[in-house]
Unconditional design. Structure first.
Ligand code: PMV
Length: 347
């Protein structure tokens, strides 16, 4: 009773981790738990058109990125399909046309793997749901997150909003290494409208992929303590998120960002993804916070760009600060104003 053909479209957001995932075991099992804000504006929209084919010997798909055929992305998608086939047995029954586009500019240095893998997983789950229409929403979301994780680890945190936790933790009920869950504890309203301005310091290709970075945590001299710290930071975050204690929030989030980069600088081989402008921005944030007592802070991904985090109530002031002091450190003065979002939507 497989449908002959059809089309599914989903829009999935990017996310930014507060406690970072860095280090994994096969197959995409995180060595420590993490938590992220789901974003809103930075998103990938993907359509999957499917049509039954005669031969079921192999996968068959075409791929279009922003309207143009994209052969370069095909091997990654094929690997993904191979990995998830055992969970979606219909994949070889169809020819797929996958059309995908990002809301953020191409080569902006913003990783699209999280939003991209989440959107594609949701589309494939959309087909699965046609075979199993009574599937519960919770099961649908958990399986979409499970599949997205197999495409790119952090993608499993891009299905729902506003705060998503991934990775088993003894004190977080229902937490799992296999998929992300909506953060199950109280969250102060301040965090539900938090702003994230992404300062695009360097739009080029990263010098080291996150895949390689994760691998370098094996045998890393500080790995054990780092993993312990992540478990403990998740624990510490609980009362902070509940009360809205921004002072403690800032300390924890900035320390996580710098620890992530410290792990890169102390692995073998070592590498550094921050640029001089990344450091200029960090210093200006610290100075501004000291002088104005505005609760702004930064976090970093595995790259040179800086995510500036602040409450929505400070938006006007912080926008002036960005224009006056930070924009000059961005490539072509380019930055993206984003905020915490609600998760993926079906189009
Ligand atoms: O999802 P991956 O394998 O690209 O790893 C991303 C890891 C960080 O973005 C650096 C941290 C995180 O938790 O998102």
């Amino acid at each position: 009773n497989l449908p002959e053909k059809g089309k599914v479209t989903w829009k999935a957001p990017s996310n930014i981790a507060l406690v970072k995932y860095w280090g994994k075991r096969p197959v995409q099992i995180p060595t420590n738990p993490s938590i992220s804000f789901t974003l809103d504006a930075c998103a990938t929209t993907t359509s999957v058109t499917f049509e039954k084919k005669d031969s079921k010997d192999d996968f068959s798909f075409d791929l279009f990125f922003e309207g143009k055929p994209k052969e370069g992305f095909k091997p990654k998608i094929r690997t993904f399909l191979e990995r998830i086939e055992m969970y979606l047995p219909f994949l070889k029954e169809y020819h797929f046309t996958i059309e995908t586009s990002n809301s953020f500019p191409h080569s902006s240095g913003i990783a699209s793997s999280a939003s991209g893998m989440a959107a594609l997983s949701l589309c494939l789950m959309g087909i699965e749901r046609q075979l199993n229409p009574t599937m519960e929403e919770k099961v649908f979301n958990a399986k979409a997150s499970f599949l997205a994780r197999l495409g790119s680890g952090s993608a499993c945190r891009s299905i729902k909003g506003n705060l998503v936790q991934w990775g088993e933790h003894a004190n977080i009920p229902e937490s799992s290494d296999l998929y992300g869950i909506v953060y199950p504890f109280g969250v102060n309203p301040v965090f539900k409208s938090y702003c994230d301005t992404i300062l695009l310091v360097h739009k080029g290709q990263k010098q080291v992929s996150s895949t390689v970075g994760h691998q370098l945590m094996h045998g890393h001299p500080y790995a054990e303590n780092r993993f312990k710290q992540a478990f403990s930071n998740l624990e510490k975050l609980r009362p902070i998120l509940e009360s809205g204690d921004l002072e403690e929030f800032i300390k924890l989030v900035e320390s996580e960002a710098l620890t992530l980069h410290a792990m890169m600088m102390t692995s073998m081989p070592y590498f550094m993804l921050m640029k001089p402008d990344t450091l200029e921005i960090i210093n200006k944030i610290w100075q501004y916070r000291e002088e104005t007592k505005t609760p702004v802070c930064f976090t970093l991904d595995a790259g040179a760009n800086v995510h500036l985090l602040y409450p929505a109530s400070e938006k006007e002031k912080v926008q002036d600060f960005i224009k006056d002091k930070l924009a000059i450190h961005c490539e072509n003065g380019h930055y993206i104003n984003d905020r915490v979002g609600q998760g993926a939507t079906k189009i």
